[in-house]
Design a protein around this ligand. Structure first.
Ligand SMILES: [Zn+2]
Length: 99
């Protein structure tokens, strides 16, 4: 069993800028992931949990830049976790967790 404590949470909002993610009518995934990520970061802060957001606006960032920010968020601390918000459009149900 891993009894290491989580030192912080990196919150990511999937897509953004010129990358809308999934689209349905006039709904774009990036708008939902940004709202979810900003709410998540706010709640974690309110609970006293160290949190760093990859981005807080509808920013167009490359995969490389996203990963750079994630890795630098807690100076590469392996006990920090990353939550990347996505609202998938495919089938299935529940949550998907990628480690
Ligand atoms: Zn997505």
């Amino acid at each position: 069993m891993n009894d290491k404590k989580i030192t912080g949470v990196v919150v990511d909002s999937g897509h953004g800028g010129s990358d809308p993610g999934a689209i349905s009518g006039n709904l774009q995934e990036k708008d939902f992931t940004l709202e979810a990520a900003n709410y998540m970061a706010k709640r974690l802060q309110e609970l006293g949990i160290p949190v760093v957001s990859i981005k807080t606006t509808d920013e167009d960032i490359s995969r490389t830049e996203r990963l750079r920010r994630a890795n630098e968020a807690f100076n590469g601390d392996p006990n920090a976790i990353l939550i990347s918000n996505h609202i998938n459009s495919g089938g299935g149900e529940g949550q998907s967790v990628t480690k």
